[in-house]
Design a protein around this ligand. Structure first.
Ligand code: SF4
Length: 202
């Protein structure tokens, strides 16, 4: 059975796609099928917007603090569909909506994307992962190459104009204390909040 929505702690998570332009060295997709008690986040095929909305409707949203676009893949690979689903959620609930993303939406969609999140997305959590573009390329291995890091930072900065909360994350076990301090400074300059997250959660 295909898992489109699944609960994680106080959040209802949405798994829209398994596509991603990156191949992070620490990606959970390389470490087995299930996560957080779901059977599998590998999708037989990508669910339609209607199927995603139907899956959301099966849950009582008042039980959750937020809805999170996440899953085994990069949600902004389907940005237009994601925004349709977000608009549907907003039409029926005032629950907060977050996107967990690699921050490469502008490169994926080949346009400026942050402004389209306004009014639909409350929090954007972006994987920062490195203090410079060379290390980022080695760790994240984006198909867009060396320019990806700067594009991700630009997207993060743009998001601060349109989204109430912009979080940037790094994984604790793959960063040194010195790198974490540098990441904190990068976040401060952008206007984002740094979150050092444990390896297994995104
Ligand atoms: S961006 Fe996320 S889904 Fe894509 S390879 Fe990296 S960890 Fe995996």
């Amino acid at each position: 059975m295909m898992t489109i929505t699944y609960p994680v702690k106080n959040g209802l998570y949405i798994n829209m796609t398994n596509r991603c332009p990156c191949a992070c060295t620490f990606c959970l997709r390389q470490n087995g099928d299930g996560v957080y008690g779901s059977d599998s986040l590998w999708l037989d095929r990508e669910p339609t917007v209607a199927q995603i909305c139907e899956s959301i409707d099966a849950w009582d949203l008042t039980q959750f603090k937020e809805v999170v676009f996440c899953g085994y893949g990069e949600p902004t690979e389907r940005l237009d569909d994601l925004l349709k689903v977000a608009a549907y959620i907003k039409s029926k609930s005032d629950i907060k909506i977050r996107i967990n993303t690699n921050g490469l939406a502008d490169l994926i969609c080949n346009r400026e994307t942050a402004s389209s999140l306004q009014g639909l997305i409350d929090t954007v959590s972006i994987s920062l992962n490195a203090t410079n573009k060379e290390d980022y390329l080695k760790t994240v291995r984006p198909k867009f190459g060396i320019d990806s890091y700067d594009a991700m930072l630009r997207f993060a900065k743009d998001c601060t104009n349109y989204v109430s909360e912009v979080i940037m994350t790094i994984v604790d076990v793959v960063t040194t204390k010195e790198e974490q301090d540098k990441c904190r400074k990068i976040c401060e300059s952008i206007g984002a909040t740094l979150r050092i997250r444990p390896y297994e959660s995104e």
